[in-house]
Design a binder for this molecule. Structure first.
Ligand code: MLT
Length: 271
């Protein structure tokens, strides 16, 4: 897949870009993952300009020691779009990528023509969640990303995935274990300190929106997604059967087909 190395906000970001405009979709991965979680959708959604960056500190992108916040990630994403010459875009964020999509909408709403929120939530971390982030930051600093991978893996995939897709747990484990410590610690701090996005939801009625969630997602269960969809005027909501927190990989065809159905109805304004 065509890979671009773009220097944005002083950091080198690795970005996959397939197809061309004007209909563009920006895939924003979750934590502690990389753009490969979108591989099935990148391959299948022809007719769209598909753009999937590795966020700073993850995947093949550079991992600076500091500069991690939702604001910085959102500005990085704006920089990616500018560097590629993309005008307007559908945002598609999974989990932490959804937190970033909210930040993008606060910062540059005029560039967004549609929204897909996958396995994510609008609420900030509660106090015990913030403490959990600090414990995880200590863990990654002391024991490395492999220890975080061991902790996270059982929460990300539904139990049935281990028997039905035996190669997938190892693929996801390897992806997580390869993350630079600075990027993992930075992302955890950024998630810990992220703003409450609930007030944004009622204002999103101008956008075609889709909320998707894996049926057996334990991190952001279907009821969380349903409540979020109900708060966005006109949003579509769908549960992906047979998936946990990573429907893009656990149920790639179902996820891609649902995305395509949504994208087919996204109206496209002047670019
Ligand atoms: C993710 O999948 O991006 C993270 O698990 C989200 C989170 O920890 O809040």
């Amino acid at each position: 897949m065509p890979e671009h190395n773009l220097v944005v906000n002083g950091v080198r970001l690795s970005v996959e870009s397939l197809g061309e405009g004007p209909r563009a979709i920006l895939f924003i991965h979750g934590f502690p993952l990389d753009r490969s979680i979108w591989r099935p959708q990148m391959a299948a959604l022809d007719g769209w300009w598909r753009i999937a960056p590795d966020l700073r500190g993850m995947g093949r992108s550079e991992a600076p020691d500091d500069g991690y916040s939702m604001a910085t990630y959102a500005e990085d994403l704006a920089g990616v779009l500018q560097a590629l010459g993309v005008g307007q875009v559908v945002l598609c964020g999974l989990s932490m990528g959804g937190y970033m999509a909210f930040e993008c909408l606060r910062r540059w709403p005029e560039r967004v023509t549609g929204l897909v929120l996958m396995d994510t939530r609008a609420e900030p971390d509660p106090p015990e969640g913030r403490a959990g982030r600090d414990a995880m930051i200590a863990l990654v600093r002391q024991e490395g990303a492999g220890a975080v991978a061991e902790t996270m893996l059982p929460r990300l995939l539904r139990p049935g995935t281990w028997t039905e897709r035996p190669g997938l747990p190892e693929q996801v484990r390897a992806m997580m274990a390869a993350m630079p410590v600075a990027g993992v610690a930075g992302a955890l701090a950024a998630m810990r300190d992220r703003p409450d996005s609930r007030a944004l939801l009622p204002s999103l009625g101008r956008l075609p929106s889709l909320v998707l969630v894996g049926e057996e997602d334990r991190l952001t269960p279907p009821e969380v997604g349903r409540a979020m969809a109900e708060a966005i005027p006109g949003a579509e909501f769908e549960v992906i059967a047979g998936a946990g927190h990573l429907p893009t990989l656990e149920q790639p065809d179902r996820t891609t087909n649902r995305l395509r159905r949504f994208l087919d109805r996204v109206s496209w304004g002047p670019v």
